[in-house]
Design a protein around this ligand. Structure first.
Ligand code: HEM
Length: 528
């Protein structure tokens, strides 16, 4: 078998880098005074107890005790780099966003890729979704597309997001990751089948971040200079192509290198092999959305490319590693709330909640003034003029003596009503059951399954069977039923891979009403 470590064609690893040091190599305290002794702690007598007076000992320990900040609750393990976006095609008919204003225009950017479930020290080459977050430093502010390497997600209501993360992270008693928990949750949400199928497929373990596509996943708005809206999906397509590890290859890679994707990205950029992605949009008019056979704001569904073809927009490359990982990558703060004029939201419930969640998490993880951290600051804006004042670690002048209220008699702090988006339609507030709106969970997973070659189908069910090994029989039956509903062969092949006689599985169609289905499953399958 060929060595999976060489799969990405990087050749020999780089020698370890000696940090360039600006200025003298002598050591000072945090307040700049020379450190007299960094080897011996001051003691009362050669063999006596140490003294409190050794303030540098205290400073060193105190700082160390505070080095660790909270990790991102999900997507904790990741790598990032800076780069440049270039417009190659005109889409000004759809959007007035300045980033797209002319062909050839370049905009600085930063990207971070991640795994989802693993903690900050987890191995990279795991079967998991990859986070795909991109920040463009536009003249009108930072625009972030905080997406994944999959076009869809496990469900479409944000109340389930916390449950997903509990289910894929560690068990509260054993502190172990539990396939049973994971699969119990996924199989109980039939709308997750498309995302689960992608994750278990031969694309489930990208060989590195360079060899995967990225998706904004949600539907967003584009708004043009006539204030007309179209709905849009964002796609980043890897110019390097797609490359993945099999389960067996990944096992070998993880055994040798837990940082395989991060190392690959870093080394490729250091060697001048700048990874590139082409940027595309799919467009749906508001009229088309009204007639669409599925809910176009449902994050568990793809927009078929035949009906909504990819429109090429630009290309970006990553060409500069961060000089300091913690400063730029760990402290990077992406949020779907970072949009700019010409780009807007959609009524997708998941997106709407994410508008809140990220800034909130970052105020906790990094502090209320995390916008001042260079990677997060609006570098593209000539005169940023944010109203916010004070808060921990405010160090940018804090707007000096400028007025801190509006309205005022001095004409300060004017908003931009001219940038308002066209209104979004709504109705009466209630807890609407999305399942009543659209409960076609199975058409797209079935189509995806049928688009696979025989070999890919086999890999899919074998990967699934391995991943489900420790799940209960009840859960395995439920997944067979879901897959069978998407495509009979999907269910039959999975049953065979799991070593289960398909005739023992109740293949009655699952009800779209999940609550009723959960009850039924509990009773019917309890003795399995
Ligand atoms: C990270 C919340 C769904 C992609 C995060 C973080 C939070 C969060 C709180 C950590 C942010 C930080 O500490 O900086 C949520 C909620 C969701 C949701 C509440 C649904 C209701 C999604 C979806 C995608 C996604 C659907 C992709 C389409 C990401 C990525 C990161 C992330 C890529 C890491 C960003 C980085 O590299 O810093 N999410 N998320 N999330 N999320 Fe989500």
């Amino acid at each position: 078998m060929k060595n999976p470590m060489d799969k990405n064609g990087l050749g020999k690893p780089l020698p370890s880098r000696n940090d360039h040091i600006n200025g003298p190599k002598t050591m000072t305290t945090a307040s700049g005074a020379p450190v007299v002794n960094n080897e011996d702690t001051m003691t009362a007598g050669e063999r006596g107890p140490q003294v409190l007076q050794d303030f540098y000992l205290l400073e060193k320990h105190a700082h160390f005790n505070r080095e660790v900040i909270p990790e991102r609750r999900m997507h904790a393990k990741g790598s990032g780099a800076f780069g440049t976006f270039t417009v190659t095609h005109d889409i000004t008919q759809y959007t007035k966003a300045k980033i797209f204003s002319e062909i050839g225009k370049k905009t600085e950017m930063f990207a971070r890729f991640s795994t989802v479930a693993g903690e900050r020290g987890a191995a990279d080459a795991e079967r998991d979704i990859r986070g795909f977050a991109v920040k463009f430093y536009t003249e009108d502010g930072n625009w972030d597309i905080v997406g994944n390497n999959t076009p869809v997600f496990f469900f479409r209501d944000p109340k389930k997001f916390i449950d997903l993360n509990h289910a894929v992270k560690r068990d509260p008693r054993t502190n172990l990751r539990s396939p049973n928990t994971n699969w119990d949750f996924w199989t109980s949400l039939p709308e997750s089948l498309l995302q689960v199928t992608i994750t278990m497929s031969d694309r489930g373990i990208p060989s590195s971040f360079r060899y995967m596509h990225g998706f904004g996943s949600h539907t967003y708005s584009l708004i043009n200079d006539k204030n007309e809206r179209v709905w849009v999906k964002f796609h980043h397509r890897s110019v390097q192509g797609i490359q993945n590890f099999t389960d067996q290859e990944a096992e070998m890679v993880v055994g040798k290198d837990r940082e395989s994707s991060g190392r690959d990205l870093y080394e490729a950029i250091e060697k001048g092999m700048y990874p590139k992605w082409k940027f595309y949009i799919q467009v749906m008019t508001e009229e088309q959305a009204k007639d669409c056979p599925f809910n176009p704001f449902d994050l568990t569904k793809m927009w078929p490319k035949k009906a909504y073809p990819l429109i090429e927009v630009g290309e970006w490359e990553l060409n500069r590693n961060a000089d300091n990982f913690y400063q730029d990558v760990e402290q990077a703060a992406f949020t779907p709330a970072n949009i700019v004029p010409g780009i807007g939201f959609s009524p997708d419930r998941m997106l709407q909640t994410r508008i809140f969640a990220y800034g909130d998490a970052q105020r906790y993880r990094l502090g209320v003034n995390h916008h001042q951290i260079p990677v997060n600051s609006p570098k593209g804006v000539k005169h940023p003029h944010s109203f916010h004042r004070d808060g921990q670690m405010r160090v940018d002048g804090n707007l000096g003596s400028e007025l801190h209220y509006a309205p005022n008699s001095y004409g300060d702090w004017n908003d931009h009503p001219d940038m308002a988006e066209p209104p979004m339609e709504g109705g009466n507030a209630d807890y609407y059951d999305f399942r009543k709106d659209d409960h076609d969970y199975f058409t797209q997973p079935g189509e995806l399954f049928r688009a696979m070659t025989d070999a890919q189908q086999l890999v899919l069910v074998e990967n699934t069977a391995r991943a489900m090994e420790d799940a209960t029989l009840q859960i395995k039956h439920r997944h067979i039923r879901n897959c069978h509903q998407a495509d009979e062969s999907y269910g039959t092949m999975l049953a065979a891979a799991l070593g289960i006689d398909i005739d023992t599985v109740d293949l009655t169609e699952a009800s779209y009403d999940s609550r009723a289905q959960w009850e039924k499953d509990r009773h019917r399958d309890a003795d399995l």
